[in-house]
Design a protein around this ligand. Structure first.
Ligand code: UDP
Length: 385
């Protein structure tokens, strides 16, 4: 019977391990250097308040992909959740992403959808033909006033640089709506697992052919020979001992606030202004509106550069990073018997659903090749570096 190694017990590694275990006569060892499964989706129940806490910041599952939604729902009971994010700026409290209410409230107007669309278009900077960066994209789309109120400071704090150094793709994640829809996500399926993500990932990993080992750091060279194939979902630069340089990530830190009752009245409130150093405050009992708790726990979230040994969150993908990534890809191309996948393995800004879709696709492709005694590919298909 073949043995496979999966490094990383987040969604990527867990989904892949499960697919291998179900489809191949094999055993799968899943290692994670952390003491828990679930990677950055990890949740735990707080002892003091009883509230379910998203250890590494809020994770709201959102997808249009029925296959991905079915996959997670097979392993946990998801409750519908609508994230109605607010932004506190000097003029007041507004809905974010920008919607018709935000626009009317911000400009003191009473426009309908058609008027608002035309109005927003009229604010855009027409002199910008091809936006070269995030700031130019925002100025072309919405003009300076809205950009500076809601995005400039937040983006500067979040990414630790001038928004002119960032790609427009980061802001393209957020729509501008000409209706009153204040749901942060406009996906078909949006929810949060009733008992947290830990239960979902534990169920994915619960299979007789899967063995999970936590709190153990794998040194790749020492172990590869024991396995038919290795699936690496940890940072690609860590695999190569950072020998070509360190890829840039933003990390976040949290300052805990304990209180009785309701601290801010909402799950997530953003603070786009530079007058406060944090980006947002999340109050976790509002992510489980089906539960009741007397106490509450909230976290101020600060963004920072990731240094070696710290938990990486957002791949920066600056041009200097992409050059380093290219060197790792070349090194990886000379290897056999290993695939790199997931947010860290491919160094991409991926939501949970994208990670799961890649893992499912990669597993399907790999299983076919492994059954033919062939080599699975190095990276998932969509990975373009
Ligand atoms: N953003 C912002 N103001 C906000 C919310 C988001 O400027 O109130 C910008 C910021 O640059 C952020 C990007 O929009 O990195 C994408 O936001 P999203 O909520 O998708 O980020 P996530 O934390 O989910 O990756």
């Amino acid at each position: 019977m073949d043995r496979y190694l999966v490094v990383g017990a987040g969604f990527s590694g867990s989904v892949l391990a499960r697919e291998l275990a179900e489809q191949l006569p094999c055993t799968v060892d899943v290692f994670d250097e952390r003491s828990h499964i679930g990677g950055n989706c990890h949740t735990y129940r707080d002892e003091l308040s009883g509230v379910m806490i998203h250890t590494y910041g809020p994770h709201i599952f959102n997808t249009d992909d029925k296959r991905v939604w079915d996959c997670v729902n097979h392993h946990g009971s998801f409750r519908p959740f609508v994230n109605r994010v607010k932004a506190v700026i000097d003029r007041g409290v507004f809905a974010i992403p920008i919607n018709l209410h935000t626009i009317n409230q911000f400009f003191g107007l009473k426009m309908n959808p058609k008027q608002a669309s035309e109005f927003i278009a009229s604010l855009g900077d027409e002199s910008i033909i091809e936006p070269a960066n995030l700031e130019e994209y925002a100025l072309k789309l919405m003009g300076r006033e809205l950009y500076e109120a809601f995005f400039k400071g937040y983006t500067t704090k979040q990414w630790g640089c001038d928004p002119r150094e960032l790609p427009a793709s980061i802001l393209k994640r957020l729509p501008i709506r000409s209706n009153y829809d204040d749901n942060y996500y406009d996906k078909k399926f949006v929810g949060i697992p009733e008992e947290g993500y830990g239960e979902v990932v534990a169920s994915i990993l619960r299979h007789p052919a899967i063995r999970v080992r936590l709190g153990e750091r794998i040194h790749p060279c020492s172990i590869l020979d024991e396995y038919r194939h290795v699936f690496w979902t940890g940072p690609i630069d860590a695999y190569f001992d950072y020998s070509e340089g360190q890829l840039g990530y933003r990390s976040v830190t949290f300052e805990r606030i304990d209180a009785l009752g309701d601290y801010q009245g909402n799950a997530q409130i953003n603070y786009p202004g530079m007058e406060v150093p944090f980006t947002r405050i999340h109050e976790h009992k509002h992510f489980t509106p089906w539960e009741r708790h007397e106490r509450t726990v909230a976290f101020r979230e600060y963004s920072k550069e990731t240094t070696k040994g710290e938990i990486p969150y957002y791949p920066k993908r600056f041009s200097s990073d992409l050059k380093v990534l290219e060197r790792y890809r070349e090194r990886a191309n000379s290897l056999k018997g290993i695939s790199f996948l997931g947010r860290l393995g491919t160094y991409r800004y991926m939501d949970m659903e994208a990670v799961i879709r890649d893992a499912l696709n990669h597993a399907t492709e790999s299983v076919g090749l492994l059954l033919r005694r062939d080599q699975p590919s190095l990276f998932p298909n969509e990975f373009t570096g």
